[in-house]
Design a protein around this ligand. Structure first.
Ligand SMILES: Cc1cc2nc3c(=O)[nH]c(=O)nc-3n(C[C@H](O)[C@H](O)[C@H](O)COP(=O)(O)O)c2cc1C
Length: 368
């Protein structure tokens, strides 16, 4: 089976990527006090050397007092952290790669198992991180305005440091997604409402501010998911019409690429068509999309968090959908945790050398 089509270049605004493979953002918690270390820089540089087209960093938090629940998750603010990130992007560029940070505000979280807590309570649309579970405060209008500015500032700092793009984390039940979801957004102001379109307002305001701060020519990605970590099978948009009301405003606000997070990329989004989330998002908005979810692996990432091992699998179905034009780019997560050279092995057809994924890869930053 040929994977040649995945090795065509891709250009969009500030992005000029040598192939269609994107390293999916993966939290590593190896940045003490929020500062990325030299080892973190080496970890990303190795993936660029291994021919990943576009690297998206682990989620890195914006400048709000309670944007994180983990002291080892990197910051994307403050002199020391930004100096650490500068080393990261310089290393990736030297190795011929391109990269964007995934800028993140976690919103209302459960307390971290380490016992680490932020200096002030978590903040979110309605104090909830899932229906019926309050673990923080409800954001005031001023909190919302300041958070929007902080997303914009992080994006501007990414551009200034030399990154090629920025990804806004709007998925997986974190702050922006807490606004999207009626289960965590009970607001009655302009940031709440009965419809998904109304609850999209915070997301569109964030994108507009990011666009304002980075200018027209810098590519903006937003990551989205239908599922929530507390509700794996949940769908925010239950039909194409609702998806249109959710995604079109995000693209109109300035998002260039929609990163459509699924557990398994081959699962159809709605009945009556085999299109997946990225396929529908592209069809509806016309914007470029990234698919992701168990590409080249037998098990999904929820299983990985429960300690499951995954074996390498064929890319045939992925290629079929890619060649049909369903999506533009392909996100790959766990295979690149275990193996910095996964992409070059795929390009060379060295499938016998693929490693799969086992939980040991989570315990360290694998460098070879
Ligand atoms: C260890 C780990 C950490 C992750 N952290 C993030 C994150 O910070 N931000 C995010 O959007 N997704 C995160 N994810 C989800 C991945 O980006 C990806 O969507 C998921 O692993 C599915 O891709 P895969 O099947 O190729 O691993 C994480 C996944 C793993 C395994």
């Amino acid at each position: 089976m040929s994977t040649d089509s995945l090795f065509q270049p891709f250009k969009l605004k500030s992005l000029d990527i040598k192939n269609r493979i994107v390293m999916a953002p993966m939290t590593r918690s190896f940045s003490p006090n929020g500062i990325p270390t030299d080892e973190v820089a080496a970890y990303y540089e190795k993936r660029a050397e291994g021919e990943v087209g576009l690297i998206l960093s682990e989620g890195t938090v914006i400048d709000r007092p309670s944007s994180s629940n983990d002291g080892n998750v990197p910051h994307f603010y403050g002199e020391k952290a930004l100096a650490g990130w500068k080393k990261v992007i310089d290393g990736v560029h030297a190795a011929g790669g391109q990269m964007g940070p995934q800028i993140w505000h976690m919103g209302i979280m459960d307390n971290h198992h380490s016992g680490w807590v932020p200096p002030v309570p978590f903040e979110g649309p309605s104090g909830l991180n899932r229906p019926g579970n309050t673990n923080g405060s409800t954001m005031t209008t001023k909190d919302i305005e300041d958070a929007i500015l902080a997303y914009g500032k992080a994006a501007a700092d990414a551009k200034k440091a030399g990154f090629d793009t920025v990804e806004i984390h709007g998925a997986h039940g974190y702050l922006i997604d807490q606004f999207f979801w009626e289960g965590t957004n009970e607001r009655t102001d302009v940031y709440g409402g009965k419809t998904l379109a109304e609850r999209t307002r915070f997301g569109t305001d964030v994108i507009k501010e990011v666009r304002r701060q980075v200018g027209e020519d810098f590519a903006i990605i937003i990551r989205l998911s239908q599922f929530k970590p507390s509700a794996y099978d949940y769908k925010l948009a239950v039909n194409p019409q609702e998806m249109e009301a959710w995604l079109n405003p995000l693209v109109d606000a300035g998002a260039d690429i929609l990163h459509c997070s699924q557990r398994r990329f081959w699962e159809p989004e709605f009945e009556g068509s085999d299109l997946n989330f990225a396929g529908w998002a592209k069809k509806i908005t016309g914007a470029a999309t990234i698919t992701v979810g168990s590409v080249g692996l037998s098990g999904d990432f929820f299983g990985a968090f429960a300690g499951e091992t995954s074996q390498p699998t064929s890319l045939e179905e992925l290629n079929r959908r890619f060649d049909r034009g369903d999506f533009d780019l392909v996100g790959v997560g766990r295979p690149l945790l275990s193996d910095p050279n996964w992409v070059s092995k795929i390009r060379k057809g060295e499938t016998d050398k693929l490693k799969g994924f086992s939980k040991e890869a989570l315990a360290e930053l694998v460098l070879e």
